[in-house]
Every structure is written in C-alpha cells, then in structure tokens.
Design a binder for this molecule. Sequence first.
Ligand code: COA
Ligand code: MG
Length: 305
Amino acid sequence: MTRRTDKPLLPRPRRSCLYVPGANARALEKAKSLPADAFILDLEDAVAPEAKADARQAIRKAAHNRAYGARDVVIRVNGLETEWGQDDLETAASAGVDGVLAPKVASGDDVCFIDQSLDDAGASPELGLWVMIETPLAILNINEIVAASTDTRLIGLVMGTNDLAKEFNAVPTPDRSAFMYSLSAALVAARAYGLAAIDGVYNDIRNEAGLSAECEQGRALGFDGKTLIHPSQIETANRIFSPGEAELSHAKAVIEAFALPENRGKGVISLNGQMVELLHLEQAERLVAMHDSIVQLEASSRSPA
Ligand code: COA
Ligand code: MG
C-alpha cells in the first residue's frame, strides 16, 4: 500500500501533456523550453524496438536534476509483458521524475501488479502512477481499474484514442462519436475516485481549428487537459483548458457574494438573477485555485533556473 497522502495545496495544471519520443534527443532537449504543463517521455509506441535501450538512457539523462523545472515529468514505459518493460520500470523508478505511465492496462490486478513492481524496483511512494485507457477490456473493467487507486499509487487516467480506434475498428469522425462512451465512462470513473483524466491526442498536426474543437469537446466532458504530439499544439490546449476570463470573474463574484455578512450561513443565494448554491461556491473556489496554480507554474518557468 503506497498511496500518496500529501495532497498538494494547489491543484496541478495538466492542460497540455506533450509526448516526447525518448529516442529523439533534439525533442527531449527542446521540451525543456516548451510551455507544456507536463511532458510524457515515451519509451513505448514512439520508439522503435532497436532504439529502446538507447532511449532509456537518453531519458534518464534528460530528466536528471529536474531539468524540466516545475513541470510534471512522466515516463511512459513498455508493458511489463514485453522484453523492455522491467528495465523501463526500473529506469522510471529511479530517474527522479513525477510519474510513470503504464500502457494497455486492462484490470485492477494489472494496476496492483505494476504498483508492486514499482515498489520492488525501489520507487518512492511519491512517484505517481498513470495508466493508459486504450483497450476494450480497460473500458469494460474501468470500475476495478480506478478502484485500485485506493491502495496503490494510481493518480490518473490517460485516454489512448488511437489504440481504441484500432481495437474498435472504428471510423474516427470530427465529433468522435465512436469514442464518446469510452471517454465518458473513463471520466466518470476517474472522478468517482478523485483521479486526474487526460484526453487523447489529435493526430492532424497542422489542423489548428480541428484541434481547438477537440480540446473544447474534451474540456466540456470534464477532462483536465489533452495529450499532445507536437509543440505547435501546446498553446491551444493551454488556452482552452484554462479557466476563461468570464468564468473566472463569475467565480470571484460567487465567492464574494457568499462572503457578504448578510449571506453568511446561507446555502443558497441569488446572484445577478441566478440561483447560486454552496456547490457553486465549491466549484468557484476550485476554479480560482486552478487559475492561481497556472499563474504560479507560468511564473516559475520565467524565473532563471
Ligand atoms: N516534443 C518535443 N519537441 C518536438 C516534438 C515533441 N513531441 N515534436 C517535434 N518537436 C520539435 C522538433 O524536434 C523540432 O525541433 P527543432 O526546432 O529543435 O528542430 C521542432 O519541434 C519542429 O518539429 P517538426 O519538424 O515540425 O516536426 P517533426 O517532423 O520533427 O516531427 C513528429 C513530427 C510527429 C514525428 C513529432 O512531432 C513526434 O514525434 N511527435 C510525438 C509522437 C509521439 O510521441 N507519439 C506517441 C504518442 S501518440
Ligand atoms: Mg497506445
């Protein structure tokens, strides 16, 4: 049982989570100057079999001494059933990163096995475990996967929509109708256990309008952010997954209204003709906290290392 107990004071922004291929030295270096909230240093799909060992060493070197600053760094390992999985896990356990992302997880037992393997590899309890939701079995077993978070390091789900498309034999359409059930099922499951949830990638790198629409859709569903494949996608995801100005000023108005002496102790009030309840106050406080956290993260990357 290795669940993290220290809750951060501010929520962690995860608007933009950029995959960086471990075999691409230039990309590993360039990422250090990019404004993504998180980097997923990849040993799995983005790395060819013959390049796995070198990529492992390159990632270890790149992540040394918190070279990516305050941004989350997560290593995506190969599955433990592959010839690379164990070595990847040992690298992730000792590289001083924030998290490890495990692919093709299909059951609660899978989560427990990976968590135990991280313990065996000497990983700190602080190392967060993320799992890819990218197979039909993961969707069928989503309840037990998230329930395993109560006694493991599991802190978040990452949607693998390319793999889901392949497994479903689905036709990807702009409205993502083939994936709606899976996206919603994973989102609900994540929220039921207080886990983070990150949407899948958008493959059409040059299509800014398409990316925006998909980010808007992911945000509307409740996702914390989007996984990305190219630096040009970061700005869009950061913008769309940030609290907007109107949302923020409404949230502040809700907080101020509940703080007025005449509203003290009330469960419901009227604000600009709208009913506002204590649940809206909680939502408003969460939004403002996320805004503060984003400001703090962006300020940290501007200050000299
Ligand atoms: N992370 C960090 N830097 C990246 C990057 C990424 N994912 N993708 C591209 N870059 C860098 C390039 O190294 C290049 O850097 P430079 O300015 O120092 O030369 C710059 O951004 C521009 O890259 P560009 O020439 O437009 O792209 P490319 O043709 O080199 O690469 C891809 C295109 C799709 C191969 C590349 O973006 C990529 O590998 N993305 C990630 C894929 C992945 O991880 N897939 C698995 C998860 S789905
Ligand atoms: Mg995959």
